[in-house]
Design a binder for this molecule. Structure first.
Ligand code: GLU
Length: 374
């Protein structure tokens, strides 16, 4: 039985969400450099033990409003977008400069909901981020606040972080903020409040506690944290709520500081396959040969060489069915090529794809992580 904290220390791919109140001093609106330096040492330690780390960082609006002299709350939409544009550049610069002290290259990624919700863009964002991770970079993600409109935005970085964790099949998400966990009552109210250490199911009693733990800065409260937990748990990702107010918050978590751990229902891989299997409408069909069928059954990806027939039309990223020549339904998956391009490369070796299509696409027609066999 895994201990709670091993769900953090043994995780392979960890998303860390950092709230505005941690990074930006509420008194003077400036970046808390020392805190970020300490955090980057914690991140370096995680990477040394082989963990992949991605940061979702808030703070652009809080930093930008100070730079622009926008002192009076609340900001109008266009003011917060202007503040985000100004603050984001400073935020990215701070990450780059401070992580460089640990020799960690930083990559900035600004997302809008379409990037995690629409499958075609989703596949692109997913592969860019996983490529960055495999190249040893630390992706620092924020919402693209300057272009997001009110209707089309995540709105808070708790949910954005959960969506990113889901998108990249992370197995651990840590929400660092000014609260150290979920309590049975508001700890600041004076009433007896007990910290809940572990949540394995989000039943109504837990959801009702959302209003009872108050956080005071940034957009997300406990409610958005529980929404993030819902997304993460279903995606196979364990999630921690932990305090970031101290220096070295990740080290403190490892050493047993207060936290609430929301336990994932599955592994990310199983969760992803379930999600694919449950996705309703398949847009097309790939008929594959015996060799490919054998390869799939032994856990391999579907290569263009093993596909005999393409039935479309479908676009890259669509869900397609996979059958053998006898018409037997083998499973379904997200296809890496449009039906038009797939037609051209079936029966060919992956090394020939670039020459045929004029661009270097994926080696796989359907990657095994995107495939759910029956
Ligand atoms: N994206 C916003 C920012 O960088 C933060 C949203 C949040 O506080 O959750 O300022």
């Amino acid at each position: 039985m895994a201990t709670l904290i091993s769900r953090f220390t043994d995780a392979k791919r960890v998303v860390i969400k950092i709230g505005s109140s941690l990074l930006v001093d509420s008194k003077n609106g400036r970046l808390r450099r020392d805190w970020l330096i300490a955090l980057s040492q914690d991140i370096a330690k995680m990477r040394r033990r082989g963990q992949e780390v991605l940061v979702v960082s808030s703070g652009s609006i809080a930093l930008g409003r100070n730079i622009l002299g926008l002192k009076n709350a609340p900001l109008r939409l266009e003011e917060s977008q202007a503040a985000a544009a100004t603050g984001q550049i400073q935020l990215a610069h701070a990450y780059q400069e401070i992580l460089a002290l640990e020799n960690i290259p930083v990559a900035q990624i600004l997302l809008t909901p379409g990037d995690t919700e629409e499958r075609r863009r989703y596949l692109n964002a997913r592969s860019t981020i996983t490529t960055l991770l495999s190249l040893g970079a630390l992706p620092v993600v924020n919402e693209n606040d300057t272009v997001a409109t009110i209707e089309i935005r995540y709105g808070d970085n708790d949910r954005l972080a959960a969506r990113v964790a889901q998108m990249i099949s992370a197995d651990c998400l840590i929400l660092l903020s000014d609260v150290d966990g979920l309590y049975t009552a508001d700890p600041k109210s004076g009433a007896e409040a007990k910290l809940i250490r572990e949540v394995s199911e989000l039943h109504d009693d837990i959801l009702a506690m959302a209003g009872k733990t108050k956080t005071d800065v940034g957009r997300g409260g406990m409610e958005t944290k529980l929404k993030a937990a819902q997304i993460a748990m279903a995606a196979g990702c364990n999630m921690f709520i932990a305090s970031g107010t101290i220096p070295h918050p990740l080290q403190a978590l490892e050493d047993g500081a207060n936290s609430t751990c929301f336990i994932a229902y599955d592994t990310p891989r199983k969760a992803r396959k379930k999600w694919i299997a449950a996705s309703l409408s398949a847009r097309g069909r790939l008929v594959i040969d015996k060799g490919a069928e054998k390869a799939l059954n032994s856990g391999k990806s579907l290569l263009p060489a093993g596909v005999i027939k393409v039935e479309g039309p479908f676009e890259r990223g669509d869900l397609v069915m996979v059958t053998n020549c006898e018409g037997q339904d083998l499973g379904r998956g997200l296809v890496a090529y449009s039906s038009e391009d797939a037609e051209c490369i079936i029966g060919h070796k992956s090394g020939e794809i670039e020459e045929i299509l004029g661009y270097s696409g994926r080696n796989e027609m359907i990657h095994r992580d995107e495939l759910a066999l029956n």
